[in-house]
Design a protein around this ligand. Sequence first.
Ligand code: ATP
Ligand code: MG
Length: 392
Amino acid sequence: MFQAFLIKYGEIGVKGKNRYVFEDALVARMKQVLSDVEGTFRITKEQGRIYVEADGSFDYEEAVAALQRVFGIVGICPVVLVEDRGFEALSGDVTDYMRRLYGEEKKTFKIHTRRANKNFPMTSMEVNAELGGRLLEAFPNLSVDVHDPELMLHIELRSQICIYSEVIPGPGGMPLGTNGRSMLLLSGGIDSPVAGYMVARRGVYIDAVYFHAPPYTSERAKQKVVDLAAKVARYTGRIRLHVINFTDIQMYIYDQCPHDELTIIMRRYMMRIAQQIAEETGCLALVTGESIGQVASQTVPSLAATNDVCTLPVFRPLIAFDKEDIVAVAKKIDTYEISILPYEDCCTTFVAKHPVTKPQVERIRRSEQALSEKIEEMVKEALGGREVIDIT
Ligand code: ATP
Ligand code: MG
């Protein structure tokens, strides 16, 4: 029944002179996701509205699902577009629309008309009243409720007339590409894919780095991270994944440093390395899935000790989330089932029995001195030998 969608977008609306930048980014991303959907689509901008129109047959379900992954969209309205042939014809079209969509269903309704085309011979109030009367006559199952209607029927009078009553929620946020690029530390866990999704939802492109430690971590553990990145990329567009072999660095830290400080020192090296890749690739910030108190390395003193080596801003969107809230998002974006697969992580392989929970930055810095210049060489080597995988 529907050949077109009206796209509602939220915060973009208030961006003043830069508004077109946001709209163009939104349209570009919509084109990208729709290119994988069966059908031919035309996207048009008209007076603060974006329309998607399908030429000929198309996969409705897929088109909606694709648009639901476009950040910046708050609502997807399946619309019927009709030519302006005067009120009588419109009344017929709307009656037809209501019959096909709701049939005999008992419902309260309200009509909301917007007259963008000021040449239309009736005011929006007149259209509301007249059309409401016609519908009440045609459908004994309908009644009017202007305060809390079950069904809001929108009529937009433009060069064409747009009829809709359904709003399918979009993901919200800001269009991709309107806020630069950041480097996500992506592990195989539940949290980091969600963190990447959340930052991307604010318009930030995401690249990722994964530290693996063969033979302590398997190929399957790496594949899991690739699979997670692919799930996230459905929302964020291409993710360039840098895979760093972390084994030698981890072993060396294990040999040289106090074992209760291992995790913190390892995490400091992860941050340093991620930061170097970020700077090299034009990423302006790091993103992690850390959350206060979740594990020993995420107490506030531990986070402070890790953050001590960071010169770039570190975004931790989950910082105040409870695990169950994170899990809910992971399920929504379909990463959860992959995340709970039981492959080992490089952090768990070398973890101490009693890690410090209140590390002192000064002491950690002193412990790291035992690593001398040799660690710099190892970092260089790890960076040089990294594998780069483009995930679309
Ligand atoms: P996650 O569920 O994201 O793995 P976690 O609860 O297991 O998080 P940690 O293992 O302490 O927590 O890791 C905290 C954050 O550090 C992760 O969210 C991720 O951003 C980053 N991180 C941890 N391990 C790795 C890794 N092997 N490669 C890349 N980043 C990692
Ligand atoms: Mg983890």
